[in-house]
Design a protein around this ligand. Structure first.
Ligand code: GLU
Length: 516
Protein backbone atom coordinates (compact mmCIF):
# COMPACT_ATOMS: atom_id res chain seq x y z
CA UNK A 1 0.00 0.00 0.00
CA UNK A 2 1.48 3.37 -0.94
CA UNK A 3 1.57 5.96 1.78
CA UNK A 4 -0.75 8.85 1.13
CA UNK A 5 0.70 12.35 1.41
CA UNK A 6 -0.27 13.82 4.76
CA UNK A 7 -3.25 16.14 4.57
CA UNK A 8 -4.76 17.62 7.70
CA UNK A 9 -7.50 20.11 8.28
CA UNK A 10 -8.44 22.65 10.87
CA UNK A 11 -12.22 22.75 10.86
CA UNK A 12 -13.57 25.42 13.21
CA UNK A 13 -17.19 26.44 13.41
CA UNK A 14 -17.59 30.21 13.17
CA UNK A 15 -19.54 30.46 16.41
CA UNK A 16 -17.32 33.03 18.13
CA UNK A 17 -13.68 33.76 18.75
CA UNK A 18 -11.22 30.91 18.63
CA UNK A 19 -10.11 30.04 22.17
CA UNK A 20 -6.75 28.71 23.27
CA UNK A 21 -7.80 25.07 22.82
CA UNK A 22 -8.85 25.75 19.24
CA UNK A 23 -5.64 27.59 18.49
CA UNK A 24 -3.62 24.72 19.92
CA UNK A 25 -5.54 22.30 17.68
CA UNK A 26 -4.68 24.45 14.66
CA UNK A 27 -1.06 24.62 15.78
CA UNK A 28 -0.63 20.85 16.21
CA UNK A 29 -2.22 20.30 12.80
CA UNK A 30 0.19 22.79 11.32
CA UNK A 31 3.26 21.32 13.04
CA UNK A 32 2.41 17.82 11.91
CA UNK A 33 1.63 18.85 8.34
CA UNK A 34 4.87 20.80 7.97
CA UNK A 35 6.95 18.08 9.59
CA UNK A 36 5.55 15.48 7.21
CA UNK A 37 5.89 17.70 4.16
CA UNK A 38 2.11 17.56 3.87
CA UNK A 39 -0.66 20.07 3.52
CA UNK A 40 -3.01 21.77 5.90
CA UNK A 41 -6.37 23.13 4.98
CA UNK A 42 -8.86 25.34 6.71
CA UNK A 43 -12.48 24.35 6.45
CA UNK A 44 -15.23 26.48 7.90
CA UNK A 45 -17.93 24.25 9.41
CA UNK A 46 -20.92 26.55 9.31
CA UNK A 47 -23.81 24.16 8.78
CA UNK A 48 -25.46 25.13 12.04
CA UNK A 49 -26.92 28.41 10.91
CA UNK A 50 -28.41 29.13 14.31
CA UNK A 51 -24.95 29.38 15.85
CA UNK A 52 -23.34 31.51 13.13
CA UNK A 53 -21.62 34.61 14.48
CA UNK A 54 -20.62 37.41 12.12
CA UNK A 55 -16.93 38.24 12.21
CA UNK A 56 -15.90 34.86 13.60
CA UNK A 57 -14.38 33.58 10.36
CA UNK A 58 -12.37 36.76 9.83
CA UNK A 59 -11.21 36.49 13.43
CA UNK A 60 -10.02 32.91 12.91
CA UNK A 61 -8.05 33.88 9.80
CA UNK A 62 -6.46 36.85 11.52
CA UNK A 63 -5.54 34.79 14.57
CA UNK A 64 -3.86 32.07 12.49
CA UNK A 65 -1.95 34.68 10.55
CA UNK A 66 -0.79 36.44 13.69
CA UNK A 67 0.58 33.19 15.07
CA UNK A 68 2.35 32.28 11.85
CA UNK A 69 0.13 29.28 11.09
CA UNK A 70 -0.10 29.30 7.32
CA UNK A 71 -2.63 27.22 5.49
CA UNK A 72 -2.33 25.69 2.04
CA UNK A 73 -6.02 25.57 1.13
CA UNK A 74 -8.98 27.43 2.54
CA UNK A 75 -11.79 29.89 1.95
CA UNK A 76 -9.37 32.76 1.26
CA UNK A 77 -6.52 30.79 -0.28
CA UNK A 78 -8.71 28.61 -2.50
CA UNK A 79 -7.58 25.16 -3.59
CA UNK A 80 -8.59 22.07 -5.55
CA UNK A 81 -11.46 21.22 -3.20
CA UNK A 82 -13.14 24.62 -3.05
CA UNK A 83 -15.45 25.77 -1.67
CA UNK A 84 -14.06 25.40 1.85
CA UNK A 85 -17.14 26.70 3.62
CA UNK A 86 -19.63 23.93 4.29
CA UNK A 87 -22.65 26.16 3.79
CA UNK A 88 -21.47 26.61 0.20
CA UNK A 89 -21.21 22.85 -0.25
CA UNK A 90 -24.75 22.17 0.97
CA UNK A 91 -25.93 20.34 -2.16
CA UNK A 92 -23.06 17.86 -2.08
CA UNK A 93 -24.06 16.21 1.17
CA UNK A 94 -27.62 15.19 0.29
CA UNK A 95 -26.37 12.74 -2.30
CA UNK A 96 -24.51 10.75 0.35
CA UNK A 97 -27.38 10.78 2.82
CA UNK A 98 -29.74 9.54 0.10
CA UNK A 99 -27.30 6.91 -0.98
CA UNK A 100 -27.30 5.55 2.55
CA UNK A 101 -31.12 5.52 2.52
CA UNK A 102 -31.15 3.58 -0.75
CA UNK A 103 -28.68 1.08 0.66
CA UNK A 104 -30.77 0.56 3.81
CA UNK A 105 -28.22 2.26 6.06
CA UNK A 106 -30.26 5.36 6.78
CA UNK A 107 -33.93 6.30 6.69
CA UNK A 108 -36.36 9.20 6.47
CA UNK A 109 -37.94 10.25 9.74
CA UNK A 110 -41.02 12.46 9.88
CA UNK A 111 -41.48 12.80 13.63
CA UNK A 112 -42.55 16.20 14.87
CA UNK A 113 -40.89 17.93 17.81
CA UNK A 114 -43.93 17.02 19.95
CA UNK A 115 -43.68 13.36 19.01
CA UNK A 116 -40.00 13.26 19.84
CA UNK A 117 -40.71 14.93 23.13
CA UNK A 118 -43.47 12.44 23.95
CA UNK A 119 -41.08 9.57 23.19
CA UNK A 120 -38.48 11.05 25.52
CA UNK A 121 -41.02 11.39 28.34
CA UNK A 122 -42.29 7.85 27.80
CA UNK A 123 -38.78 6.42 28.02
CA UNK A 124 -37.95 8.51 31.06
CA UNK A 125 -41.12 7.36 32.82
CA UNK A 126 -40.18 3.76 32.05
CA UNK A 127 -36.73 4.47 33.51
CA UNK A 128 -34.97 3.43 30.32
CA UNK A 129 -31.26 4.10 30.69
CA UNK A 130 -30.54 5.34 27.17
CA UNK A 131 -33.24 7.80 26.16
CA UNK A 132 -32.59 7.89 22.45
CA UNK A 133 -33.83 7.23 18.95
CA UNK A 134 -32.34 3.80 18.26
CA UNK A 135 -32.93 0.28 16.94
CA UNK A 136 -35.70 -0.29 19.48
CA UNK A 137 -37.41 3.05 19.76
CA UNK A 138 -37.42 3.76 16.03
CA UNK A 139 -39.98 0.99 15.65
CA UNK A 140 -42.62 3.12 17.38
CA UNK A 141 -41.85 6.31 15.50
CA UNK A 142 -42.90 7.75 12.16
CA UNK A 143 -40.16 6.88 9.70
CA UNK A 144 -39.62 5.10 6.43
CA UNK A 145 -38.92 1.88 8.31
CA UNK A 146 -42.35 1.84 9.98
CA UNK A 147 -44.57 3.28 7.26
CA UNK A 148 -44.98 1.89 3.76
CA UNK A 149 -42.88 2.93 0.79
CA UNK A 150 -45.94 4.59 -0.77
CA UNK A 151 -46.65 6.62 2.31
CA UNK A 152 -43.01 7.67 2.55
CA UNK A 153 -43.07 8.77 -1.07
CA UNK A 154 -46.32 10.64 -0.59
CA UNK A 155 -45.03 12.45 2.48
CA UNK A 156 -41.80 13.42 0.73
CA UNK A 157 -43.70 14.67 -2.32
CA UNK A 158 -46.12 16.70 -0.25
CA UNK A 159 -43.20 18.65 1.15
CA UNK A 160 -43.62 17.41 4.69
CA UNK A 161 -40.54 18.18 6.79
CA UNK A 162 -38.23 15.24 7.41
CA UNK A 163 -34.74 14.37 8.50
CA UNK A 164 -32.49 11.55 7.40
CA UNK A 165 -31.28 9.40 10.28
CA UNK A 166 -28.48 6.91 10.27
CA UNK A 167 -29.69 3.37 10.89
CA UNK A 168 -27.29 2.14 13.52
CA UNK A 169 -27.12 -1.66 13.39
CA UNK A 170 -27.16 -3.26 16.83
CA UNK A 171 -24.40 -5.60 17.99
CA UNK A 172 -21.55 -4.05 16.09
CA UNK A 173 -18.16 -3.40 17.64
CA UNK A 174 -16.54 -0.18 16.62
CA UNK A 175 -12.84 0.13 17.24
CA UNK A 176 -10.15 2.51 16.16
CA UNK A 177 -6.61 3.23 17.21
CA UNK A 178 -6.26 6.83 18.34
CA UNK A 179 -2.73 8.17 17.90
CA UNK A 180 -2.83 9.58 21.41
CA UNK A 181 -5.24 7.39 23.30
CA UNK A 182 -4.57 4.00 21.77
CA UNK A 183 -7.42 1.58 21.12
CA UNK A 184 -10.92 2.90 21.62
CA UNK A 185 -13.69 0.30 21.52
CA UNK A 186 -17.37 1.14 21.61
CA UNK A 187 -20.45 -1.01 21.08
CA UNK A 188 -23.01 0.23 18.58
CA UNK A 189 -25.83 -0.11 21.13
CA UNK A 190 -24.38 2.99 22.77
CA UNK A 191 -24.92 5.10 19.69
CA UNK A 192 -28.25 6.59 18.68
CA UNK A 193 -29.66 6.97 15.18
CA UNK A 194 -28.01 10.31 14.57
CA UNK A 195 -29.58 12.81 12.23
CA UNK A 196 -27.43 13.17 9.09
CA UNK A 197 -29.54 15.59 7.08
CA UNK A 198 -31.65 18.19 8.86
CA UNK A 199 -35.11 19.36 7.91
CA UNK A 200 -33.65 22.59 6.47
CA UNK A 201 -31.67 20.45 4.00
CA UNK A 202 -28.40 21.15 5.75
CA UNK A 203 -26.18 18.25 6.75
CA UNK A 204 -25.37 17.82 10.43
CA UNK A 205 -21.81 18.27 11.57
CA UNK A 206 -21.26 14.49 11.48
CA UNK A 207 -22.25 13.95 7.86
CA UNK A 208 -20.59 17.07 6.49
CA UNK A 209 -17.40 16.41 8.43
CA UNK A 210 -17.00 12.84 7.17
CA UNK A 211 -17.98 13.61 3.58
CA UNK A 212 -15.57 16.52 3.44
CA UNK A 213 -12.70 14.72 5.12
CA UNK A 214 -13.14 11.97 2.54
CA UNK A 215 -13.52 14.22 -0.50
CA UNK A 216 -10.65 16.44 0.63
CA UNK A 217 -8.28 13.49 1.08
CA UNK A 218 -7.70 14.05 4.79
CA UNK A 219 -5.25 11.52 6.24
CA UNK A 220 -5.18 12.64 9.89
CA UNK A 221 -7.96 14.12 11.99
CA UNK A 222 -6.33 16.07 14.82
CA UNK A 223 -8.87 17.69 17.11
CA UNK A 224 -9.90 18.33 20.69
CA UNK A 225 -10.90 15.62 23.13
CA UNK A 226 -14.48 16.91 23.17
CA UNK A 227 -14.89 15.17 19.81
CA UNK A 228 -13.79 11.77 21.07
CA UNK A 229 -17.38 10.65 21.85
CA UNK A 230 -18.32 11.39 18.22
CA UNK A 231 -15.42 9.42 16.78
CA UNK A 232 -17.10 5.95 16.91
CA UNK A 233 -20.05 7.34 14.98
CA UNK A 234 -17.61 8.77 12.45
CA UNK A 235 -15.91 5.40 12.10
CA UNK A 236 -19.32 3.84 11.45
CA UNK A 237 -20.10 6.46 8.84
CA UNK A 238 -16.88 5.62 7.00
CA UNK A 239 -17.92 1.99 7.14
CA UNK A 240 -21.45 2.65 5.88
CA UNK A 241 -20.21 4.85 3.08
CA UNK A 242 -17.67 2.23 2.03
CA UNK A 243 -14.69 4.46 2.74
CA UNK A 244 -13.08 2.46 5.51
CA UNK A 245 -9.91 1.81 3.52
CA UNK A 246 -9.03 5.48 3.34
CA UNK A 247 -10.37 6.42 6.75
CA UNK A 248 -8.12 9.05 8.35
CA UNK A 249 -6.20 8.33 11.52
CA UNK A 250 -7.52 10.08 14.62
CA UNK A 251 -5.65 12.05 17.26
CA UNK A 252 -7.72 13.54 20.08
CA UNK A 253 -5.87 16.24 22.00
CA UNK A 254 -6.11 16.67 25.79
CA UNK A 255 -8.43 19.19 27.37
CA UNK A 256 -7.19 22.53 28.67
CA UNK A 257 -7.76 22.75 32.40
CA UNK A 258 -8.34 25.68 34.77
CA UNK A 259 -5.21 27.26 36.26
CA UNK A 260 -5.62 25.17 39.44
CA UNK A 261 -6.04 22.01 37.38
CA UNK A 262 -9.60 21.39 38.58
CA UNK A 263 -11.99 21.19 35.66
CA UNK A 264 -12.18 22.45 32.14
CA UNK A 265 -10.85 25.93 31.34
CA UNK A 266 -13.66 28.39 30.69
CA UNK A 267 -14.08 31.99 29.69
CA UNK A 268 -15.26 32.65 33.24
CA UNK A 269 -11.85 31.58 34.56
CA UNK A 270 -10.25 34.09 32.24
CA UNK A 271 -12.62 36.85 33.33
CA UNK A 272 -12.06 36.10 37.00
CA UNK A 273 -8.30 35.78 36.64
CA UNK A 274 -8.01 38.80 34.35
CA UNK A 275 -6.01 36.88 31.76
CA UNK A 276 -6.66 36.13 28.09
CA UNK A 277 -7.65 32.76 26.68
CA UNK A 278 -8.22 34.08 23.16
CA UNK A 279 -5.43 34.88 20.71
CA UNK A 280 -6.89 38.25 19.74
CA UNK A 281 -9.25 40.57 21.51
CA UNK A 282 -12.88 39.88 20.64
CA UNK A 283 -15.87 42.16 20.91
CA UNK A 284 -19.12 40.25 21.09
CA UNK A 285 -21.27 41.60 18.23
CA UNK A 286 -24.45 41.31 20.28
CA UNK A 287 -23.55 42.19 23.86
CA UNK A 288 -20.51 44.35 23.10
CA UNK A 289 -18.59 42.41 25.78
CA UNK A 290 -14.86 42.46 25.26
CA UNK A 291 -12.78 39.33 25.76
CA UNK A 292 -9.04 39.86 26.20
CA UNK A 293 -6.58 38.70 23.57
CA UNK A 294 -2.97 37.58 23.90
CA UNK A 295 -2.02 40.05 21.17
CA UNK A 296 -3.61 43.08 22.82
CA UNK A 297 -2.33 42.10 26.26
CA UNK A 298 1.18 42.35 24.87
CA UNK A 299 2.23 38.74 24.32
CA UNK A 300 4.35 38.20 21.23
CA UNK A 301 3.16 35.66 18.68
CA UNK A 302 6.33 33.61 19.28
CA UNK A 303 5.71 33.42 23.02
CA UNK A 304 2.04 32.61 22.52
CA UNK A 305 2.84 29.83 20.07
CA UNK A 306 5.52 28.36 22.31
CA UNK A 307 3.21 28.50 25.33
CA UNK A 308 0.34 26.83 23.46
CA UNK A 309 2.60 24.16 21.97
CA UNK A 310 3.63 23.07 25.45
CA UNK A 311 0.05 22.77 26.67
CA UNK A 312 -0.21 19.02 26.38
CA UNK A 313 3.05 18.21 24.64
CA UNK A 314 6.74 18.26 25.52
CA UNK A 315 9.88 17.20 23.72
CA UNK A 316 10.92 14.80 26.46
CA UNK A 317 13.93 16.98 27.26
CA UNK A 318 14.56 20.00 29.46
CA UNK A 319 14.15 22.33 26.50
CA UNK A 320 11.23 24.72 26.76
CA UNK A 321 12.02 27.43 24.25
CA UNK A 322 11.10 26.40 20.74
CA UNK A 323 10.64 28.59 17.73
CA UNK A 324 8.25 27.42 15.03
CA UNK A 325 10.96 25.60 13.07
CA UNK A 326 12.09 23.74 16.17
CA UNK A 327 8.52 22.85 17.07
CA UNK A 328 7.97 21.44 13.60
CA UNK A 329 11.02 19.29 14.00
CA UNK A 330 10.36 18.11 17.54
CA UNK A 331 6.60 17.51 17.51
CA UNK A 332 5.30 13.97 17.86
CA UNK A 333 1.98 12.40 18.83
CA UNK A 334 3.79 9.98 21.15
CA UNK A 335 4.65 12.90 23.37
CA UNK A 336 1.18 14.42 23.48
CA UNK A 337 -0.28 13.68 26.91
CA UNK A 338 -3.58 11.99 27.54
CA UNK A 339 -4.21 13.97 30.71
CA UNK A 340 -5.55 17.52 30.57
CA UNK A 341 -3.11 20.43 30.44
CA UNK A 342 -3.23 23.13 33.10
CA UNK A 343 -3.55 26.64 31.64
CA UNK A 344 -0.93 28.48 33.65
CA UNK A 345 -0.77 32.11 32.59
CA UNK A 346 2.40 32.64 34.66
CA UNK A 347 4.09 30.30 32.25
CA UNK A 348 2.86 32.38 29.33
CA UNK A 349 4.32 35.47 31.03
CA UNK A 350 7.61 33.65 31.46
CA UNK A 351 7.68 32.75 27.76
CA UNK A 352 6.93 36.33 26.87
CA UNK A 353 9.86 37.48 28.98
CA UNK A 354 12.19 34.97 27.34
CA UNK A 355 11.21 36.12 23.85
CA UNK A 356 11.45 39.75 24.88
CA UNK A 357 15.05 39.15 25.92
CA UNK A 358 15.74 37.61 22.53
CA UNK A 359 14.33 40.54 20.58
CA UNK A 360 16.81 43.04 19.22
CA UNK A 361 16.78 46.60 20.49
CA UNK A 362 15.55 48.09 17.23
CA UNK A 363 12.44 45.95 17.25
CA UNK A 364 11.61 46.81 20.86
CA UNK A 365 12.25 50.50 20.16
CA UNK A 366 9.82 50.34 17.24
CA UNK A 367 7.14 48.84 19.47
CA UNK A 368 7.79 51.39 22.21
CA UNK A 369 7.49 54.51 20.08
CA UNK A 370 3.70 54.52 19.73
CA UNK A 371 3.31 53.60 23.39
CA UNK A 372 5.30 56.64 24.54
CA UNK A 373 3.47 58.80 22.02
CA UNK A 374 0.18 57.61 23.53
CA UNK A 375 1.44 58.75 26.96
CA UNK A 376 2.34 62.12 25.44
CA UNK A 377 6.03 61.55 26.20
CA UNK A 378 8.63 62.80 23.77
CA UNK A 379 11.63 60.56 23.63
CA UNK A 380 14.53 60.18 21.21
CA UNK A 381 15.68 56.91 19.65
CA UNK A 382 18.91 57.19 21.59
CA UNK A 383 17.04 57.51 24.88
CA UNK A 384 14.80 54.62 23.88
CA UNK A 385 17.79 52.37 23.38
CA UNK A 386 19.14 53.37 26.78
CA UNK A 387 15.74 52.66 28.34
CA UNK A 388 15.54 49.29 26.63
CA UNK A 389 18.96 48.34 28.01
CA UNK A 390 17.97 49.50 31.45
CA UNK A 391 14.67 47.67 31.69
CA UNK A 392 14.50 44.84 29.16
CA UNK A 393 15.56 42.15 31.60
CA UNK A 394 13.23 43.34 34.33
CA UNK A 395 9.86 43.10 32.55
CA UNK A 396 7.60 40.50 30.97
CA UNK A 397 5.98 42.81 28.43
CA UNK A 398 7.16 45.62 26.17
CA UNK A 399 4.41 47.86 27.51
CA UNK A 400 5.75 47.39 31.05
CA UNK A 401 8.91 49.20 29.94
CA UNK A 402 6.85 52.35 29.50
CA UNK A 403 5.31 52.07 32.94
CA UNK A 404 8.60 51.24 34.57
CA UNK A 405 10.36 54.15 32.89
CA UNK A 406 7.91 56.91 33.76
CA UNK A 407 10.11 58.00 36.64
CA UNK A 408 12.75 59.05 34.11
CA UNK A 409 10.49 61.75 32.72
CA UNK A 410 9.57 63.61 35.89
CA UNK A 411 11.26 64.27 39.20
CA UNK A 412 9.79 62.31 42.09
CA UNK A 413 6.73 63.75 43.75
CA UNK A 414 6.20 60.91 46.17
CA UNK A 415 8.80 58.96 48.07
CA UNK A 416 8.73 55.39 49.33
CA UNK A 417 7.98 56.06 53.00
CA UNK A 418 9.57 52.86 54.27
CA UNK A 419 12.86 53.88 52.73
CA UNK A 420 12.49 57.44 53.98
CA UNK A 421 12.09 56.15 57.53
CA UNK A 422 14.88 53.64 57.32
CA UNK A 423 17.48 55.41 55.23
CA UNK A 424 16.92 59.16 55.02
CA UNK A 425 19.09 60.11 57.97
CA UNK A 426 21.52 62.93 58.74
CA UNK A 427 24.48 61.05 57.40
CA UNK A 428 22.69 60.38 54.12
CA UNK A 429 21.57 63.99 53.73
CA UNK A 430 25.08 65.21 54.37
CA UNK A 431 26.69 62.69 52.03
CA UNK A 432 24.18 63.31 49.23
CA UNK A 433 24.63 67.05 49.57
CA UNK A 434 28.38 66.49 49.23
CA UNK A 435 27.86 64.31 46.15
CA UNK A 436 25.61 66.92 44.59
CA UNK A 437 28.25 69.61 45.12
CA UNK A 438 30.88 67.36 43.55
CA UNK A 439 28.63 66.91 40.51
CA UNK A 440 28.39 70.65 40.00
CA UNK A 441 32.15 70.63 39.61
CA UNK A 442 32.14 67.41 37.54
CA UNK A 443 33.34 68.01 33.98
CA UNK A 444 34.03 64.46 32.78
CA UNK A 445 31.95 62.27 30.55
CA UNK A 446 28.64 61.72 32.36
CA UNK A 447 28.41 57.98 31.82
CA UNK A 448 27.65 55.21 34.31
CA UNK A 449 31.18 54.12 35.26
CA UNK A 450 32.44 57.69 35.57
CA UNK A 451 29.46 58.65 37.68
CA UNK A 452 30.21 55.69 39.89
CA UNK A 453 33.84 56.77 40.20
CA UNK A 454 32.74 60.31 41.11
CA UNK A 455 30.31 58.97 43.69
CA UNK A 456 32.88 56.73 45.30
CA UNK A 457 35.47 59.55 45.37
CA UNK A 458 32.96 61.85 47.01
CA UNK A 459 32.04 59.25 49.62
CA UNK A 460 35.65 58.50 50.35
CA UNK A 461 36.41 62.18 50.82
CA UNK A 462 33.51 62.41 53.27
CA UNK A 463 34.43 59.18 55.05
CA UNK A 464 31.06 57.53 54.31
CA UNK A 465 30.62 53.95 53.15
CA UNK A 466 28.89 53.95 49.78
CA UNK A 467 26.66 51.01 50.70
CA UNK A 468 25.12 52.98 53.55
CA UNK A 469 23.72 55.78 51.43
CA UNK A 470 22.92 54.03 48.16
CA UNK A 471 19.23 53.50 48.89
CA UNK A 472 18.85 57.08 50.07
CA UNK A 473 20.51 58.31 46.90
CA UNK A 474 18.18 56.18 44.80
CA UNK A 475 15.28 57.59 46.77
CA UNK A 476 16.40 61.13 46.06
CA UNK A 477 16.83 60.44 42.33
CA UNK A 478 13.79 58.24 41.67
CA UNK A 479 11.49 58.29 44.69
CA UNK A 480 11.77 54.49 45.04
CA UNK A 481 13.90 52.22 47.19
CA UNK A 482 14.68 49.67 44.50
CA UNK A 483 15.00 49.48 40.74
CA UNK A 484 17.43 49.07 37.89
CA UNK A 485 21.08 50.15 37.91
CA UNK A 486 21.18 53.62 39.50
CA UNK A 487 24.36 54.66 37.69
CA UNK A 488 22.72 53.97 34.34
CA UNK A 489 19.61 55.82 35.48
CA UNK A 490 21.76 58.87 36.28
CA UNK A 491 23.50 58.59 32.92
CA UNK A 492 20.14 58.60 31.14
CA UNK A 493 18.90 61.55 33.20
CA UNK A 494 22.04 63.59 32.53
CA UNK A 495 24.06 65.68 34.91
CA UNK A 496 21.75 68.70 35.07
CA UNK A 497 18.68 66.63 35.79
CA UNK A 498 20.44 64.60 38.48
CA UNK A 499 21.59 67.77 40.22
CA UNK A 500 18.11 69.17 39.84
CA UNK A 501 16.49 66.08 41.37
CA UNK A 502 18.95 65.92 44.24
CA UNK A 503 18.29 69.60 45.01
CA UNK A 504 14.53 69.09 44.93
CA UNK A 505 14.65 65.98 47.09
CA UNK A 506 17.05 67.47 49.64
CA UNK A 507 14.65 70.37 49.81
CA UNK A 508 11.50 68.26 50.13
CA UNK A 509 12.81 65.67 52.53
CA UNK A 510 14.59 67.63 55.23
CA UNK A 511 12.50 66.79 58.24
CA UNK A 512 12.53 63.04 58.28
CA UNK A 513 15.80 62.89 60.07
CA UNK A 514 16.49 59.79 62.07
CA UNK A 515 19.69 59.07 63.80
CA UNK A 516 22.06 56.90 61.91
N1 GLU B 1 -16.44 21.96 13.57
C1 GLU B 1 -15.83 21.22 14.64
C2 GLU B 1 -15.34 22.23 15.66
O1 GLU B 1 -15.83 23.30 15.69
C3 GLU B 1 -14.72 20.38 14.09
C4 GLU B 1 -14.41 19.15 14.86
C5 GLU B 1 -13.48 18.27 14.04
O2 GLU B 1 -12.33 18.68 13.87
O3 GLU B 1 -13.93 17.25 13.57
O4 GLU B 1 -14.47 22.01 16.47
Amino acid sequence: MTKLPVRVRFAPSPTGPLHAGGVRTALYNYLFARQQGGQMLLRIEDTDQTRFVPGAEAYILEALEWLGITIDEGPQTGGPHAPYRQSERKEMYREYAERLVNEGKAYYAFDTAEELDAMRKRLEAAKVAAVQYNAITRQEMTNSLTITAEETKARLESGEPYVIRMKIMPKEDIRFNDLIRGWVVVHSSQIDDKVLLKSDGMPTYHLANIVDDHLMGITHVIRGEEWLPSAPLHVLLYRYLGWENTMPKFAHLPLLLKPDGNGKLSKRDADLGGFPIFPLQWTDPVTGDIAKGFREEGYSPEATTNFLALLGWNAGTEQELFNMEQLIEAFSFERVHKAGARFDIQKANWFNQQYLKLQDDASIVAQLKPLYAAEGILVTDEQLIQIVHLLKDRVHFVKEIVKESLFLFSAPVEYDQDVVIKKWNEEAVRAITGFKDSLVAFDGNFVADQIKAALSASMEAQGVKMGKIMQALRLAVTGAGAGPDLMVIMEILGKEEVINRLTISLDRLPAQIHLA
